[in-house]
Design a protein around this ligand. Sequence first.
Ligand code: NDP
Length: 272
Amino acid sequence: MASLKGKVVLITGASSGFGEDAARLFAKEGCRVVLAARRLERLQALTNQIQKDGGEAVAIPVDVAERDEIEVMVQSALDVYGQIDILFNNAGFGRLDWLENLDPARDIETQIDVNLIGVIQVTRAVLPHMLKRRSGHIINMSSVAGLIAAPLYTIYAATKYGVRGFTDALRREVAPFGIKVSGIYPGPAATEFSQHIGNNPVKKSFNRFNRLSMTSEYVARRVVALAKSPRRVVIIPWWYRPAIGLNAVWPGSVDWFMNTFFTSKNHKLQMD
Ligand code: NDP
């Protein structure tokens, strides 16, 4: 396992959840962390806390749906620390509902802009600097929803499948230049994610399912471990792997399962 001491880590979505916990853990490893998200006051509080604990951090406000703001964020990070060694593309949210209920702008376009185009544009802005130095590690946050697409997750799954395709293609594109690209695919974890999914009754079932969920810190620890020992893919928890395998080789069985235990019953409620 490589030491991370002195590495500069740019984290999008660092104001809560996985990004916030990852920032703390990377700082404990001796990394210099660049915290990016929209809620500057939260980033500043986290920066102060990291500095109080003897770490190095800087807060930069960004909306990853805005290309100009991404350019400013990356330039500011380079101005402060001179390099970016690790990019954790983590910002994102999910609006979970029947497709016909989703708002075309807020729930569809913005979700794609943040979760997929944001990841692509932030990577594109950082990559030239990594290419110049012939080193770097890009860690993209996908989801189990990027491997198994569930009803009510249409747009979210589209973005996370998109992140998977982008991650795999980029990994093969930049490997010869010493740059590593990894995808991380967590199942449900307790963060602020569930506060943003909307008001559909699925929220209740999501919260019920959350009893099985991982802690945010556990996911963040796996991100730091991934930075120390880069791998192509991390799927957590491990017990999603058989379901993912089944979905790949026998998707009809997963269709049957979801239809029988979820869609038929709930879609009837939706149509009534
Ligand atoms: P949180 O809601 O706790 O964190 C989401 C982060 O993304 C926040 O820091 C938020 O900051 C940031 N963000 C949202 N929109 C934007 C934007 N337009 N520009 C910049 N930052 C933005 O949820 P999680 O920690 O759970 O989510 C992190 C990632 O993990 C997401 O990509 C999510 O899809 C993924 N994921 C989550 C799972 C879960 O069950 N929790 C499971 C699998 C994957 P701010 O509002 O301040 O901008």
